[in-house]
Design a protein around this ligand. Sequence first.
Ligand SMILES: *[C@@H]1O[C@H](CO)[C@@H](O)[C@H](O)[C@H]1NC(C)=O
Ligand SMILES: *[C@@H]1O[C@H](CO)[C@@H](O)[C@H](O)[C@H]1NC(C)=O
Ligand SMILES: *[C@@H]1O[C@H](CO)[C@@H](O)[C@H](O)[C@H]1NC(C)=O
Ligand SMILES: *[C@@H]1O[C@H](CO)[C@@H](O)[C@H](O)[C@H]1NC(C)=O
Length: 185
Amino acid sequence: MKALRALLVVVATLRMVPSSTGSASLEPPQNVTVHIVNINITLKWDWENLHGLNVTFSAQYEEVLEHEKTLENWKVIPECQNVISADCDLSLLKLDYLSDYNVRVRVEAGEESSPWASLIFCPHLTGLSSLSSAQIGPPGVLLESVDGNVNIKIIPPEADQPKQMWKYDPLTYKMAIWKNSSKSE
Ligand SMILES: *[C@@H]1O[C@H](CO)[C@@H](O)[C@H](O)[C@H]1NC(C)=O
Ligand SMILES: *[C@@H]1O[C@H](CO)[C@@H](O)[C@H](O)[C@H]1NC(C)=O
Ligand SMILES: *[C@@H]1O[C@H](CO)[C@@H](O)[C@H](O)[C@H]1NC(C)=O
Ligand SMILES: *[C@@H]1O[C@H](CO)[C@@H](O)[C@H](O)[C@H]1NC(C)=O
């Protein structure tokens, strides 16, 4: 019993030690999520500014390799350095959409910084995690009148884009046509 209590104290102490770059006085960001629409990838987080501090946020990322999960190979995300809003753009990173990535974000105020808050995500993975869900943007629709008939042309969501998230996925389309009945009759 005594040994168990001692162990508990050690564990509790370890958990309270701030990480080497972190500071005990700044809380880390919460609710880190990644929002994906086609190849637009946005990192978002929450942070409650209880004391009205003048803070900025910075984020880094690393690829998670199958056998080297503990490899520390963090890279700075240029679009996510010293930002004042609670989101930033990951679209310009040259991500492999089928790989897993670890992203981490922290709060900075002058020389102080919070511990990191992190999230692992795979850009192409749809709907499997509520923290990172990829969405397919809408297709284009064109109406053409040919000899009195109306032809409907569907343009795939990422047509003419140099980079595509859904290039290898078979897409199907669902179409609904209705009469605009809001006209007064
Ligand atoms: C994180 O998300 C939860 C659930 O939506 C919410 O209650 C909480 O306020 C959020 N945290 C911050 C710091 O906004
Ligand atoms: C917050 O920081 C910005 C950038 O360093 C500075 O321009 C601004 O004056 C600061 N505001 C306050 C209230 O300290
Ligand atoms: C992606 O972002 C660009 C620039 O912000 C925007 O113009 C475009 O509509 C976005 N695409 C989608 C599918 O949301
Ligand atoms: C439907 O008809 C109303 C009334 O003419 C018009 O104001 C509205 O823009 C129409 N909606 C669409 C989607 O065409």
